[in-house]
Design a protein around this ligand. Structure first.
Ligand SMILES: Nc1ncnc2c1ncn2[C@@H]1O[C@H](COP(=O)(O)OP(=O)(O)O)[C@@H](O)[C@H]1O
Ligand SMILES: [Mg+2]
Length: 509
């Protein structure tokens, strides 16, 4: 029997209105890479946050190295040699690497045996030694705000190692990384295991689990579904366990047939609220019948580009032409009426009114046109009828039909609702921004297939996604945004996955 280092017995954690973890029993072996798989909201972060002392379980027991423990704060977790790298880093941006690492455990020395001072030099040497050991190219004196995402993540890892953690929890560590950075992180994780550490890897990415994990537990809606050996389980079966049914991974797609140019963006420059250029001199065209997919790491101008095309943000320079007409300064409504559909990333901010029913949300783009804009009575009737049709056509699951408040629906069904509303309008261009973020694989594949279906109907599609898989599976043409510039545009079948990754990191330009 392998030695278990962490055991969870009947762990239950409730939040108002939801059971985030429901009677979980788990045993994690010393020296293994243990993956925790599940869709967004399955309860992964909550479960491991309890091991790190951020929440306390409502019921159940935690056992670490054979002893029952109550971990009521991260400090107590650290004392038990447990460390955690959170989804959102917790670094002080104007401090150096070393200052962040030693924070809260500053090594003190005494000058002349009396005056206490922080032994910065000694700390830097220790940090440097850890960097050397794990092959991190990181200057202990660099200031955090000058570092990229993957380097900041390494600082978080060093912080755990400096505190001599033996149980290392990584919460969705590759969400913000490029494929190359991801590969390097997975190497580091293997190395940590080789050093005898126990690694808990929270993720919803099956590929990563397949590559590094020894065993995997699956959570679904707060419940533990299964624990299995990774080597003997297919990716397809893992996916089925995660979402509770079999799924088809392939997007069915035939060769595109390009029509006329629908969207023509020329030398577009956009500033943010601080007057910093976020989109720089970007030019590209999208044809009818084409999926033009924009690849890039988060924060390289994607959101600003999309918002400008939708009319939510003003262009500083350059022009946007839609079906031959200059719409650079046109209102949002004019763009909508002309046939430009926009499915934003922030579904709650601009996408949906959560307290309104499905019917009102479905009609919110069309309320000013007939049949909705006639008499008040006819209007209500038309809203309902329209909603019923879309619910059926797009398979939107809502308990009370058209009258269901949107707030009570799952994320996947909220997203289907927005997609239905936007693409049913029969426009000429659909802009999708991160359309499958946070959705399970079943809903994700449904939306990707829908993107291709719109293309096949002859619409122009602009897809902006941080998921390289999504770009590669849907695109006819790929454009890469790096630092606000479109550094590469090429037909999708002329670019390898690695090449796209290199453009995303700014290695090739
Ligand atoms: N602090 C909190 N307060 C209320 N609800 C929460 C809190 N943290 C998480 N939840 C809810 O608990 C469920 C599980 O969340 P989480 O553990 O973050 O899932 P995962 O990490 O698998 O995406 C979700 O429904 C989430 O909305
Ligand atoms: Mg989480």
């Amino acid at each position: 029997m392998p030695e278990s280092i962490v055991e969870m017995r009947h762990i239950t954690k409730r939040f108002p209105g939801i059971v985030a973890n429901d009677d979980i029993n788990l045993s994690i072996h010393k020296g293994e890479i243990f993956a925790l798989l599940g869709e967004n909201g399955a309860g992964k972060s909550t479960l491991m946050s309890m091991l790190f002392g951020m929440y306390e379980p409502d019921e159940g027991e935690l056992i670490v190295r054979g002893k029952k423990v109550n971990i009521t704060s991260p400090a107590e977790a650290v004392a038990l040699e447990i460390g955690m790298v959170h989804q959102h880093f917790k670094l002080v941006s104007n401090y150096t690497v070393t200052e962040n690492i030693i924070m809260g455990r500053e090594p003190l020395r005494r000058l002349l045996g009396i005056l206490p001072y922080i032994d910065r030099k000694g700390a830097e040497l220790k940090v440097q030694a850890l960097c050397d050991r794990y092959g991190f190219d990181l200057n202990p004196r660099a200031v955090i705000e000058d570092l990229g995402v993957s380097q900041q993540q390494r600082v978080e890892i060093l912080k755990m190692l400096y505190r001599e953690a033996e149980i290392l929890i990584f919460d969705e560590p590759t969400a913000m990384l490029t494929p190359q950075e991801t590969a390097r992180l997975l190497d580091i994780i293997r190395k940590l295991r080789d050093d005898g550490k126990t690694v808990i890897l929270i993720t919803h990415k099956l590929e990563e689990i397949k590559q590094v994990a020894d065993r995997c537990a699956v959570l679904n809606r707060g419940r533990l579904i299964d624990v299995f050996d990774v080597a003997s389980t297919s990716t397809r079966l893992m996916a089925a366990k995660m979402v509770g049914r079999e799924i088809d991974f392939e997007v069915d797609k035939t060769a595109p047939v390009f029509g006329e140019v629908i969207l023509d963006v020329s030398q577009l420059t956009v500033l943010d609220a601080q007057k910093v250029a976020m989109v720089k001199d970007v030019s590209f065209t999208v044809h009818a019948g084409e999926v033009f997919a924009v690849a890039g790491v988060a924060g390289n101008g994607q959101v600003e580009l999309a918002d400008t095309l939708a009319g939510l943000l003003a262009a500083k320079e350059g022009s946007i032409s839609f079906k031959g007409e200059n719409i650079t300064r046109a209102s949002v409504r004019k763009r909508t009426v002309e046939g430009l559909a926009y499915i934003p990333e922030d579904r709650h901010g601009v996408g949906l009114i959560l307290d309104f029913p499905v019917s009102d949300n479905l009609a919110s783009k069309a309320y000013f046109r007939p049949p909705f804009a006639k008499g008040p009575f006819l209007q209500q009737f038309a809203f309902r009828q329209y909603a019923d049709t879309l619910i059926e056509r797009y398979d939107i699951r809502c308990s009370k039909g058209a009258l269901t408040p949107v707030r009570s629906m799952s994320g996947g069904n909220q997203q289907k609702l927005i997609v239905a509303r936007e693409i049913d309008a029969d426009g000429d261009l659909v802009i999708f921004v991160q359309p499958t973020r946070g959705l399970d694989i079943g809903a994700t594949m449904g939306i990707r297939q829908r993107i291709i279906a719109e293309r096949d109907k002859g619409k122009a599609v602009l897809l902006i996604s941080l998921e390289l898989d999504e770009v590669l599976s849907c695109a006819d043409t790929i454009g890469v945004l790096y630092d606000g510039r479109m550094t590469k545009i090429a037909p999708a079948n002329e670019l390898s996955r690695n090449e796209v990754g290199e453009y995303m990191m700014g290695v090739q330009r």
